[in-house]
Design a protein around this ligand. Structure first.
Ligand code: C2E
Ligand code: CA
Ligand code: CA
Ligand code: CA
Length: 279
């Protein structure tokens, strides 16, 4: 038994070391990334389903690191959460997103809002509401043009603090949406007690509405439920024209996805605005 244990150790140890070395290296690179200006926001249009006119943009974070190339958020947000680095990074995202939305509003005269993703660690930081208010004040963006996207996972904790922060943000006029709606395995009762404005139907449901009648039924049910609770609905992950017809027919307020545009760097989003919104 002793021998077996030892060889198992010898076999697994190098791999573990490699993984944690990679993690440590990524962490130390992430610590410097803000100073070195390696983060960049991409913007994806959110349009009115019936007219195709722009309603707002979702800010999506990218990390451009010389050694690692373009790193997508699914690869680094979890580590940023664990290390707490999501707090300064999230602050940068808020400031930058509000500034960008303000400048597009000024330049085009369009009523453009911006949606920003908020992770649980960031939301629970005692400085969070202060950070949000600072980003709004600093940019000049009207409060009701900022939408914070919060995942169902965060709401699940059911704490008094969560409820209190949501209440504060809501009474400051900030828009609140439930991101990845339908994936959280949560009861729906929170929709009644929390001041949300919007539900974002997860792309996993939207993607198969034309293939799976169950998914079509679910999306239809979510839209109807949201409307009867006075909430707006965004369908994310819209990739095909047929999906837009379905969503229009079902009265889905807003849509987002590759069919309209991929997430774009700021300058490409500005060209998109000129070509697609005639500004
Ligand atoms: P999310 O909030 O659910 O964002 C939607 C994701 O779907 C984005 O991936 C977007 O690029 C992708 N997407 C958009 N349209 C389509 C489509 O038509 N088809 C498909 N297949 N995908 C589509 P991305 O940019 O890689 O972001 C992944 C996740 O990372 C986001 O999921 C969000 O949870 C997180 N994230 C992104 N930026 C931030 C940020 O600034 N802060 C925090 N805390 N999380 C962020
Ligand atoms: Ca989101
Ligand atoms: Ca509200
Ligand atoms: Ca999502």
């Amino acid at each position: 038994a002793k021998h077996k244990g030892k060889s198992a150790y010898a076999h697994f140890a190098p791999e573990m070391t490699e993984v944690s070395h990679e993690r440590l290296q990524m962490e130390s690179r992430m610590r410097r990334a803000l100073e070195l200006n390696e983060f960049e926001l991409y913007f994806q249009p959110i349009v009115h389903t019936d007219s195709g006119r722009l309603a707002s943009v979702e800010a999506l974070l990218r990390w451009n690191n010389p050694a690692m190339g373009m790193v997508m958020p699914d690869r680094f947000i979890p580590l940023a959460e664990e290390t707490g680095l999501i707090i300064p990074i999230g602050e940068w995202v808020l400031e930058e997103a509000c500034r960008a939305a303000y400048s597009w509003r000024e330049a085009t005269g369009l009523d453009i809002g911006v949606a920003v993703n908020v992770s649980p660690r960031q939301f629970r930081d005692p400085g969070f509401t202060g950070t949000v208010m600072h980003a709004l004040k600093n940019s000049g963006l009207p409060h009701n043009q900022l939408e914070l996207e919060i995942t169902e996972r965060l709401i699940l904790d059911n704490s008094i603090e969560t409820a209190e922060i949501l209440r504060q943000l809501d009474s400051a006029g900030i828009q609140l949406s439930v991101d990845d709606f339908g994936t959280g395995y949560s009861a729906l009762s929170y929709l009644k007690s929390y001041p949300f404005d919007t539900l974002k139907i997860d792309k996993s449901f939207v993607q198969d509405v034309m293939k799976e009648s169950d998914d079509a039924s679910l999306v239809r049910a979510i839209i109807n439920m949201a409307h009867s609770l006075g909430l707006k609905v965004i369908a994310e992950g819209v990739e095909e024209e047929a999906q837009t017809h379905f969503l229009k027919q079902e009265g889905c307020d807003l849509s987002q996805g590759y069919f309209y545009s991929r997430p774009l760097p700021a300058d490409e989003f500005e060209s998109w605005l000129r070509t697609n919104q005639r500004v």
